[in-house]
Design a protein around this ligand. Sequence first.
Ligand SMILES: [Zn+2]
Ligand SMILES: [Zn+2]
Length: 287
Amino acid sequence: MPTPQPIPIVSTSEKPNWGIIIFLIVFHAGAIAALFFFSWKAIAVAFVLNWMALCFGIGMSYHRLLTHRSYKVPKPIEYFLAVCATLALEGGPIFWVATHRVHHQFADKPGDPHSPHEGGWWAHVGWIMVGESKHSNTAMMAKFAPDLARDPIYRFINKWHYMPTVIIGLALFAGGGWPMLLWPIFFRICVGLHSTWLVNSATHMWGSRRFDTRDDSTNSWWVALLTFGEGWHNNHHAHPVSARHGLAWYELDITWLHILLLKKLGIAKNVKTVTANTRLPERAAAA
Ligand SMILES: [Zn+2]
Ligand SMILES: [Zn+2]
């Protein structure tokens, strides 16, 4: 993994990013409006899109594959999973991966883009609402993810990351009217954003710790349920390269089950895993 430079990519002193603040207000208003347009069909579509965005996308692609390279799949499948991840509207792969690599390098220390040491609100969403240029400055973010920045297809997905959501949203609206726009797009995206953000806030504040890591990361079953397995975050900070985050039988990690299925089918290769008894890498090296 490339070594990110020791400078924070966002800091609490930066100016508000009004574009992102307005986007978040509009999406939350749309999520509340959805409650007045109840439709089982629209909710079912929202469930499927949430599964694609958070499990296929954020968990399998942006996080475990692109940030940590914990397994390999053929390139067409990689790109498909990355397009799924864009449906979460958490930015393009270069932005997401760069931010997350910096988080691991400086977790809960100066330089962490979203540590609860700056407050729970900051870790949850505040850090996204500042920094006018840096979110969209691909050249700047690319320094932290040179492997992705070299790939023209990832650059393309990064630039147009919101287009799959726009296209699907327009198609759903054309086919099913307001319920099909409000549930699968506005409501579903808000739920997905808060679920992912809870990994940055809740699982750096509340929960249990199996491993004595140098950060405050915790394991949380309810964050894991909301995020298809990303809530086993203390396990993950202890062993970032493991494709498996839930390390005990009772630690449900749905994203891992998907990767395991791909492995059994011979599609996923070089799948890296640890067990609950694997020692912290720095301790094992010192022993
Ligand atoms: Zn973390
Ligand atoms: Zn990670």
